[in-house]
Design a protein around this ligand. Structure first.
Ligand code: FES
Length: 288
């Protein structure tokens, strides 16, 4: 499952425990817990919050290692205060990035979960090392502090590479409907009389799976693939004029495809619907 080797039982057990703990915290929080999870996933932002926050420690710690190299880890260098401030700023940013990252990771499975756990453990180790470095710098052991933070920078660079694998190789928090743009023209999908009321019904149109829901005089149509990780919305749950994904609970409005609850940070692609001669026709309308 992993890109390098099979997952190890100890890591899988740790992943199970951590995911249960994280999901338990959000679920026990009720509606505020749900809102907090939506915020940390980045539902309000329109894409994942975690990579935005990682810019802070990456930038701050790159500045710190540069100033450390230029100052030669000399306490009396005029560059030393700047390096220490950058270490401290990076620690603050890394805490925020870690909280958002573990929230995204709590909904992963398989290779994505395994690589995400290794990424997380390396980052926690790096954060701990930078925190230790900061205390050493403030307590007269600057050279040792610089050695530790420089080594941690190397470890975190590898961890960032794994973060790239998570996104670009495994598609973590990437829109799983990004290339679903068909059908562009009106396409017949079924007899209008055969579509039951208040039921999640999947049809095929132009090579895409489309979810149809009839409510009164209205027929709504969304892409049947959940943008979060590709879950089948047609196997989800209908709640009022929303549909809830069966895999991780993302909720979408049937009327406009808007994501209302994460972990998806993307809307579900919307289709126009019309009836012609007793047939339901759809065409893709939303753009990414
Ligand atoms: S696939 Fe994760 S919420 Fe739908």
């Amino acid at each position: 499952m992993s890109n390098d080797s099979a997952p190890q039982p100890a890591l899988e057990k740790l992943a199970d425990s951590l995911q249960q703990a994280v999901n338990g915290i959000f679920q026990s929080g009720g509606v505020p817990g749900k809102k907090a999870k939506n915020f940390l996933n980045g539902v309000w932002l329109g894409h994942a919050l975690h990579p935005v926050l990682t810019d802070v420690p990456v930038g701050a710690w790159t500045t710190a290692v540069t100033l450390d190299l230029l100052s030669g880890a000399d306490d009396k260098s005029e560059l030393a205060p700047g390096a220490d401030a950058a270490v401290g700023l990076g620690i603050l940013g890394a805490v925020g990035a870690a909280v958002a990252g573990i929230t995204d990771w709590s909904d992963t499975v398989g290779e994505e979960r395994h690589t995400g756990l290794v990424h997380m453990l390396l980052n926690v180790g790096g954060l701990t090392a930078y925190t230790l470095s900061w205390f050493l710098r403030k307590n007269g052991q600057r050279k040792l502090g610089v050695v530790i933070s420089t080594a941690a920078y190397g470890v975190l660079s590898y961890s960032a590479y794994l973060g790239g694998d998570l996104v670009y190789k495994m598609g973590s928090m990437v829109d799983h409907t990004a290339w679903d743009n068909e059908p562009g023209d009106w396409t017949q999908v079924m007899n209008a009389a055969d579509l039951p009321e208040n039921t999640l019904h999947k049809v095929e149109a132009g090579g895409e799976e489309v979810l149809l829901v009839k409510q009164g005089d209205q027929v709504y149509a969304l892409n049947s693939t959940c943008p979060h990780a590709g879950g089948p919305l047609d196997e989800g749950q209908l709640e009022g004029d929303t549909v809830i994904c069966p895999w991780h609970g993302s909720r979408f409005c049937l009327k406009d495809g808007k994501v209302l609850d994460g972990p998806s940070t993307f809307d579900a692609p919307l289709y126009q619907v019309r009836q012609t001669a007793g047939k339901i026709e759809v065409r893709h309308v939303s753009s990414h």
